[in-house]
Write a protein that binds this ligand. Sequence first.
Ligand SMILES: [Zn+2]
Length: 271
Amino acid sequence: MPELPEVEVTRQSFAERIRGSRVTAVRLGKPLRWPLGCEAKSLVGQTVGEVARRGKYLWLPLDAGGLLLHLGMSGSLAFMAQARAHGAHDHFDLVTTRGTLRLTDPRRFGAVVWSPGLQHGMAAKLLAGLGIEPFDAAFTGEHLHAALRRRRVAIKLALLSGSIVVGAGNIYACEALFLAGIDPRTRSERLSRPRCTALAAALRQTLGQALELGGSTLRNFRDAHGMSGAFQQHARVYGREGEPCLVCGTAIRRIVQAQRSTFFCPHCQRR
Ligand SMILES: [Zn+2]
């Protein structure tokens, strides 16, 4: 599943090139998760603005409103100066004067939705429950501490929910908790402020490393899907059950929390 770093690297891969282009045609394939929400031909003639990201959504501003895009479980976006003939899994083409932005999505959980604005209509509805951005200056230990005090769940689950901070997908949540020395089963409301500060920094470090890696990975892969695989090769605990902890040598443990695998070092990570 594309995570925040993949989405951000995808954004960076075409934002500059598409900005200022004019939409010349729109092609819809099979239905995606939600309908487009406007007449496709009403987009023609509009100019594309600065592409932004919020959580795992991309926002493509147009003259009137904009398009909110999500990659779902298996989607990828490619911007091609010269579009190839579309295949069976290509379900949205935004043809512009600079090239074609194409969504390829075999499982069709992805979406392209028109909205009158980021704070209005469908966009406002879809983005309403999202937590703070991890690279936002306001995401501090203090902020995290205050938000976690109202949660009565294990810290790993609070991170995964995305309603406190976005971007902590399964692999990144495991890695950040290891870096911060926090047992993933620790109750959220019990985390002290200094430990929250360490966790906020660890999450930024983990996602920052993934973003850095993504830049180089994207040069070698057709789309962003190779990224989590590449990041996993650098993972300290994720996917390493039974292997020695890189810090203390204790065997890494795997447990299941809310149907997701959690990997951690029982010695380095404390409650
Ligand atoms: Zn250890």
